[in-house]
Design a protein around this ligand. Structure first.
Ligand SMILES: [Zn+2]
Length: 326
């Protein structure tokens, strides 16, 4: 027996030595009501080394910031988290809200939400496809205004929209974030942001080789598309969420011609909608997910993954820029 224990101890030591303090374990499970559910994509939980915990009532990455909570424990229809079962959550959760964060990468997203704005989202999706979960889904994140009690939110790292024709009208210098690399657009996080703590090794490319133009709330914008790694994880997360929460339909709000809408929904329409929306469908003050987001390809990819079954290891999104249009 001593030999067995010694073997196990040596193995554990060996693993620890191999992993080293900088390497962090990555799982593939999200957490709902204290239970883990695999999604088939890399997930870092709030409790993991290198994770981001939105339950901390104050700034985390910055030395100072507003005090107080960033979320509501449980849901507003059940303030006791222990009483929020998956069955009850399923009755209420019918909306998945897509955000981008104007922060470029997930660590900066968490910094802005947690340290500066005292807000939260259940998930942060980094440029390398790593998904960070910051709260159990039984808890109510502060991301989508009046939809918070019924929704799950994800912040997909992206700098968002900019004026397409006037480089001088770019207060956040969003054009700097991608540089030409042959035909492709390669992510180039400006040096002043320091270590972005991106887990995967780059380079990372926009899914399309030019900024994508389109109208949101009636105004013309441009936006660098999300990375293929982000789409791949988002597709897997969406399929997993729909297994857990069947009231989230695989649909986005559409206009009379069948196109995904790019305006705010009247409150009654939003209340009656069960599916996937962008923050821009909730308020005219936000443009998410922006004109670059490939709504139809995304919904189609989720549908294909669901048709193949959860165990499939077939790629869900092409990794070459420009391989799949909107
Ligand atoms: Zn948002």
């Amino acid at each position: 027996m001593a030999t067995g224990r010694g073997w196990r101890a040596a193995l554990l030591l060996g693993l620890a030595a191999c992993a080293g303090p900088a390497a962090m374990a990555t799982g593939e499970d999200i957490v709902v009501c204290g239970q883990r559910y695999p999604i088939g994509a890399p997930v870092v939980l709030w409790s993991d080394a290198g994770g981001y915990d939105a339950s901390v009532p104050g700034p985390v990455l910055a030395p100072a910031g507003p005090a107080g909570p960033r979320y509501t424990p449980g849901r507003s229809w059940e303030p006791d988290p222990a009483a929020v079962s998956l069955d009850r959550l399923r009755e209420h959760v019918d909306l998945f809200v897509l955000h981008y964060d104007i922060a470029g990468f997930s660590r900066n997203t968490f910094h802005l939400l947690q340290d500066e704005r005292a807000l939260s989202a259940h998930f942060l999706l980094d440029v390398d496809g790593t998904l960070y979960q910051t709260l159990d889904l039984r808890d109510q994140a502060w991301h989508g205004r009046f939809t918070n009690a019924r929704s799950i939110g994800v912040e997909i790292a992206n700098m968002g929209v900019f004026a397409p024709d006037d480089p001088s009208d770019d207060p956040y210098q969003k054009r700097r974030w991608y540089v030409r690399d042959g035909e492709r657009l390669r992510l180039a996080i400006p040096a002043e942001f320091g270590d972005a703590h991106i887990r995967g090794t780059g380079p990372f490319y926009s899914s399309r080789n030019e900024p994508v133009r389109g109208r949101v709330h009636g105004r013309e914008w441009a936006q660098f598309d999300f990375t293929p790694q982000q789409y791949a994880t988002l597709v897997k997360l969406t399929a997993a969420l729909r297994r857990l929460f069947p009231r989230i339909e695989l649909e986005a709000p559409r206009d009379a011609e069948g196109r995904v809408r790019t305006d705010e929904l009247p409150r009654a329409e939003l209340d009656a909608f069960h599916g996937i929306v962008g923050h821009g469908h909730i308020t005219t003050e936000r443009n998410e997910p922006g004109p670059a987001f490939q709504w139809d390809a995304y919904l189609r990819a989720v549908r294909e993954l669901e048709a193949r079954g959860a165990a499939s290891d077939v790629p869900v999104w092409p990794m070459d820029a420009g391989a799949r249009g909107p």
